[in-house]
Design a protein around this ligand. Structure first.
Ligand SMILES: Cc1ncc(COP(=O)(O)O)c(C=O)c1O
Length: 394
């Protein structure tokens, strides 16, 4: 008997599949602007010096490989919480360490569905697996388009979607550096979103995968903190993959801001119980590294300096691309690039445009033209501007 005969062979994951196609492309001038990992000026994703240093320390000092606990590495949550919420957050929240941001989102979904939350509102375009994670975690996903025809953030559409939601529904929000658009609401817009969420009694779920890549660690947490100051309950999924560059160590956190102490204790035990049946204990190495960096003044400063340099490079490359587009007289159709933040920019183009760029110019983009800005090489900005211009022709 073949138990699995009825199963279909699934297509490649859209982003990971693209990386495989890029690797097989023989053209020397190809450009990989697809997968969302930070790249330095030489196109590599090196281990940060602060991480290497923490790893050296751990190698010498880690005394046991016994289980940690379902809540994770001791000290990790209390080191991460001030980054996300500020010091005050230590009094109002509880945390569970997770395998990456993905694990955190999945744990969030499982916890929400067992707590009776039925629907989650998600603005599209978004990170492509957001919807599937929440669906498989047992929630009904309700999507709305949060960009207007010019590719700008459409606050009206978002507020309209919130209006149609029922009290008790959840809404997923990108805390900063929106993936894939690079477009975050402004401060006034965030205040309007908060007021609507509050009035409709929705539960905000923040996805914080790029803290430090937008305007700075504190600045990137501004909207999240605004919501936590105003609301009794907010859930946060945080990933250390990008800002510590420890993608493969699968390090993340589910944080529940929960003002009432009894509810907080109940939520914490329920999340722990949910995680126990998913992975039992999260992997410890990445969280130990992060704890070791954040808890040591020298390593922390080293990490901050490296993170600032990564952000500075992204800002420079994005503005360099704008100048290159101006130089080849093709800026206007791509002018939304200038106001975007974080590792990604979205060109808001058709699938045909993205395919043409890949086939004719060897430029690999995701979805509707998402660019990993850190994948740009300064000396190739002009090539990219010309390729984008050529891609526009009818
Ligand atoms: C918006 C967003 N959320 C979550 C994640 C998941 O991050 P991790 O690799 O830590 O699972 C990503 C990764 O690309 C992301 O872009």
């Amino acid at each position: 008997m073949n138990f699995f005969e009825h199963l279909d062979i699934l297509p490649d994951d859209p982003i990971l599949g693209l990386a495989a196609r890029f690797a097989q492309d023989p053209r020397s001038q190809k450009m990989d602007l697809g997968v969302g990992i930070y790249k330095d000026a030489s196109g590599r994703t090196p281990v940060m010096a602060a991480v290497k240093d923490a790893e050296r320390w751990l190698l010498e000092n880690e005394a046991s490989k016994a289980y940690t606990s379902t809540a994770g590495v001791e000290g990790f949550g209390s080191a991460m919480t001030p980054l996300l919420l500020g010091q005050a957050g230590l009094q109002t929240s509880c945390t569970v360490q997770t395998p990456g941001g993905t694990g955190s989102l999945r744990l969030m979904a499982e916890f929400l569905s067992r707590s009776g939350v039925a629907n989650v509102l998600i603005g599209t375009p978004t990170w492509p697996i957001h919807g599937a994670i929440f669906e498989r975690g047992g929630l009904q996903v309700v999507t709305y388009d949060h960009l207007d025809a010019d590719g700008q953030f459409n606050l009206g559409a978002m507020l309209g979607a919130i209006e149609t939601a029922a009290a008790g529904d959840a809404i997923l929000l990108h805390a900063c550096c929106h993936n894939p658009t690079g477009i975050d609401p402004g401060a006034e817009q965030w205040r309007e979103i908060l007021a609507a969420v509050q009035r409709k009694q929705l539960l905000p779920l923040f996805d914080m995968a790029y803290q430090g890549f937008g305007a700075g660690l504190e600045e990137d947490a501004w909207a999240l903190r605004l919501f936590c100051e105003a609301l009794p309950q907010v859930l946060v999924s945080a990933s250390c993959s990008k800002n510590f560059g420890i993608y493969r160590e699968r390090t993340g956190l589910l944080l529940a801001h929960c003002v009432d102490a009894r509810t907080r204790a109940a939520v914490h035990t329920q999340i722990i119980d949910t995680a126990r049946c998913l992975w039992s204990m999260p992997p410890s190495h990445g969280a130990a590294v992060v704890t070791c960096i954040l808890g040591d003044a020298v390593r922390r400063q080293q990490w901050l300096t490296e993170l600032d340099a990564m952000r500075g490079r992204i800002v420079e490359l994005r503005s360099g691309l704008c100048s290159a587009l101006q130089a080849v007289d093709a800026y206007e159709p791509f002018q939304t690039l200038a106001g975007q933040k974080g590792m990604f920019s979205n060109l808001g183009r058709s699938v045909d445009f993205v395919q043409r760029l890949r086939e004719e110019s060897g430029v690999y983009l995701v979805g509707q033209g998402r660019i990993n800005v850190s994948g740009l090489a300064p000396q190739r900005l002009n090539d990219l501007a010309l390729a984008l211009k050529a891609g526009l022709r009818p």
